[in-house]
Design a protein around this ligand. Sequence first.
Ligand SMILES: O=c1ccn([C@H]2C[C@H](O)[C@@H](COP(=O)(O)OP(=O)(O)OP(=O)(O)O)O2)c(=O)[nH]1
Length: 348
Amino acid sequence: MVALKWDVMCGNGTRITTTNTTLTKFSTIKTTATTTLFLPFTTSITANHTASSFRRFSTELLVTKLPPNKSKVLNSAPKTSGSFRIFNENSTSDNNSNHHKLSKEKHNYYIDTMTAAPKTSGSFRIFNENSTNDNNSNHHKLSKEKHNYYIDTMTAEDSPQINNNHLHHHNLSKENYSYYIPRLNHNHKLSKENYSYYIDTMIPEDSPQLKVLLMDKNARMPSRGSGGAAGYDLYSAEDTKILARGKALIKTGLAIQVPEGAYGRIAPRSSLASINSIDCGAGVIDADYRGEVKILLFNFGDQDFEVKTGDRIAQLIVERIYTPKIVRVDELDDTSRGSKGFGSTGFR
Ligand SMILES: O=c1ccn([C@H]2C[C@H](O)[C@@H](COP(=O)(O)OP(=O)(O)OP(=O)(O)O)O2)c(=O)[nH]1
């Protein structure tokens, strides 16, 4: 809970206040007419209570969202500009939730930087160094270090972390969750077959589907090697050989249908690439393609490379895509990078 000072007017006209504490379940608070209530952002206080009824309370009871006309924030948090969205007293939207999760320090810093560019919420426009708009001046005066810090403040405190391997299991159905949890500690002891089943349970029930049609007796279902693996390994449906410095188009015996808004990308397996100099070419599987998926492999090595039926030869990554309408324009939005690239930010 973020502890910030708020003066709150209840729907019944009572001004509710607390002592200098963060609300916790069953806290005792002073309820004079002049004290200050600590509330999380975007929450408000329930109406129709007299001040004395707040002597003992639970946060669940007290801190509830109200329609805008039922409560009024008299004074917003310090250092805010009136136009800044999160302090819009009429807003019941959760759009600002990212901001609400910032630490107090980051919050203040963030607010300061926003003074120069209200309502931009991190669009590239505020970084436009070529702009003559004064809104950008504060930002441009930041040192490089502060600039980086500023950029970081735009990421919510609780945004997903790169090493969070267990995100998925929170989305599991109760049944699958029960299956998943007991196996957390001993999944290494599972047979390969059970391990695959275990990995599958980590995919939420309602996740989009990758439909797979086995067209050949040698075809095998794509499989993932671990719960966090991005790619589904693809298996060869034939014995073949890729000559040194040559290439081959290899059968998988599969046809697939990726979810709407996605395409399939065939990517190399790092082991084959690094050990055997086997790389993948082509690799775009269109959402409307219903033919057999084939894998184009290049052998950049000096040795012929044998492929056996059932070998994992590449991986399929299902990627979301945009298919935007193409619009011809005379100019593009400015950015601070502009046309700089190819190492313009240096190498260290
Ligand atoms: O590595 C690959 C690349 C493509 N395909 C299949 C799926 C894809 O949807 C289709 C067409 O591929 P792409 O559009 O890349 O090829 P193209 O040369 O543009 O052919 P087309 O004119 O048929 O679209 O071929 C594969 O099986 N493996």
